[in-house]
Design a protein around this ligand. Structure first.
Ligand code: ADP
Ligand code: MG
Length: 494
């Protein structure tokens, strides 16, 4: 790949060393398991968690004479993903053999795509909060097979091999070296995962290994020439990615400042120690002796095939966020939070439809998501439905309950269920907006507390004390606006 620097150095990201400032350069190769019932070149199931070697056909076990047959669904998923990454779709691509020996790779080669991948250049937009948005370039996306798994911890002097994963379709998504900090790298992984999940082309479950990142890290003087990189293999969480990058950048800076040079090598991150260690020196493409797989024709499709898939794409997070801002009048920040996954976005829309968007966003994000997080629940497991939350918001909007009572009501609906309006009725939680009733209470308080009435004239902050008294006597049910207005009037404050 020809390396082009698309970024202006941001001093916020500089790392100070003994000899001056340094800047990280990061590029990622993400392996994303294609969501598909069967493998890339065989009909075996891809189901996760089956007993070892139960999802293995003769093709996956590389029995002599077996022929791979391309799975159309995997092709469609790769094209969908390319479209979601706003990328060039290559109507002709080629499968190559990448030769290497591994006990869990019975073919002795991996079928991958080398010179002619199915998807070319694209982009991913990162939202960096106050630093605005930045575009991270995608170099390519290609299809390839996964390998099996060696198991070393089940027998004292034997290793086992599980071929369930052997032949499962992966998309390798290669970014340009456009990332400049561990935070950007984490944001990139999260955003990519969000996009894949929206598209339904990869489940993005990093802890199950459906998405893994090889992270290339180098350091340089800010804005200077690209340095020699190291590749950290198979990082399987966003948090680990951040830790691995921080450690690795520091390690490289220390070597360079001591007058040393970086060896281009493959390293592993150990989450226990938080360090990376060398695994092997970097192999070159010619070591793999790539050549077109003679068992497979080049993969070809036409514009109509791509257009059909484009038509079926869901609304993606960036577009959804824009629409939320425009339709519901909510902030950029709130909209970003709401579109991080489809379930959250759908839930918000179900609540916000026909209601005050800002009020809905506030309740969904703060009360509802806050409560879900606290309980470790997903939306599907939530005891409060969008209808119920909408019902609570309606009661606030109609002035029937105050925001404070609404929180109590939310608690009741969460733990006991029920229709919010009925709960309010049954428990007498309705807000008192009847000014006559409030005036009567205010008069009593003023009559009973001459000292405070005198004091509030010079210390308007004391008004809060009066409000508190009224709330106490009404069980928090007095309409706060009405209370304030009546108090100010009767106390002669403006
Ligand atoms: P290879 O062919 O060895 O896999 P590529 O040129 O395809 O190398 O790049 C692999 C990954 O490394 C890409 O994600 C790319 O952005 C990243 N990369 C390339 N050069 C650098 C560099 N100097 N520093 C950090 N990342 C880099
Ligand atoms: Mg590569």
């Amino acid at each position: 790949m020809t390396l082009v620097d698309t970024r202006t150095p941001n001093p916020k990201y500089f790392i100070s060393g003994a000899t001056g400032d340094w800047e990280m350069v990061i590029g990622m190769e993400v392996h994303a398991q294609v969501t598909s019932e069967s493998k890339l070149f065989s009909g075996s199931s891809t189901e996760f968690g089956r007993p070892p070697n139960s999802n293995v056909s003769f093709v996956d076990a590389a029995m002599p004479g077996m022929l791979p047959v391309i799975n159309d669904e995997c092709v469609r998923q790769a094209v969908r993903t390319g479209l979601g990454l706003k990328a060039q779709i290559n109507k002709r691509s080629v499968f190559d053999r990448k030769n290497y020996f591994y006990p869990d790779l019975p073919q002795g080669y991996q079928i991958s795509q080398f010179k002619d991948p199915i998807v070319g250049e694209g982009k991913v937009l990162l939202d960096l909060g106050e630093d605005g948005e930045v575009e991270i370039g995608i170099e390519r996306l290609h299809l390839e097979q996964d390998a099996g798994k060696s198991i070393h911890d089940q027998h004292p002097n034997m290793s086992f091999v599980d071929l369930n994963r052997s032949g499962v379709a992966l998309m390798e998504i290669v970014s340009k070296p456009d990332l400049r900090s561990s935070d950007e790298a984490k944001a990139y992984l999260s955003k990519l995962r969000t996009i894949l999940r929206y598209l339904g082309t990869c489940d993005g479950n990093m802890e199950q290994g459906s998405m893994r990142a090889d992270i290339n890290v180098s350091v340089r003087r800010p804005g200077g020439d690209f340095g020699t990189r190291c590749e950290i293999k198979n990082v399987n969480s966003v948090r680990f990615a951040g830790q691995a990058i921080e450690y690795e950048a520091r390690r490289q800076i220390d070597i360079l400042e001591d007058g040393g040079a970086i060896d281009q090598e493959t390293r592993l991150f150990d989450p226990k120690s938080g360090q990376t260690r060398s695994m092997r020196s970097k192999e070159e493409a010619h070591d793999y002796r790539y050549f077109p797989d003679p068992d497979l024709l080049p993969l070809e499709f036409d514009d109509a095939f791509v257009a059909e898939l484009a038509k079926g794409l869901p609304e993606l997070p960036d577009e959804k966020r824009q629409r939320f801002i425009e339709t519901y009048g909510i902030s950029h920040y709130d909209a970003s939070v709401l579109v991080t996954d489809r379930e959250s976005a759908d839930f918000f829309e179900a609540v916000a439809k026909g209601r005050d968007g800002k009020l809905a966003a506030n309740w969904v994000i703060n009360e509802y998501f806050g409560r879900l997080n606290k309980e470790g629940h997903s939306i599907a497991e939530s005891p409060v439905s969008a209808d119920q939350l909408g019902g609570i918001i309606d009661l606030i909007a109609n002035g029937e309950i105050s925001g404070k009572i609404a929180k109590d009501l939310f608690e009741i609906v969460w733990t006991e269920g029920g229709d919010p309006a009925e709960v309010v009725q049954a428990r007498g939680m309705k807000q008192v907006s009847d000014t006559g009733a409030i005036e009567k209470i205010v008069d009593d308080i003023i009559a009973g507390n001459p000292g405070q009435v005198e004091a509030v004239k010079n210390k308007p902050g004391l008004l809060g004390w009066f409000v508190g008294q009224v709330m106490k006597q009404t069980g928090g049910k007095a309409n706060p606006q009405a209370v304030n207005a009546i108090l100010k009037d009767k106390l002669g404050l403006d």
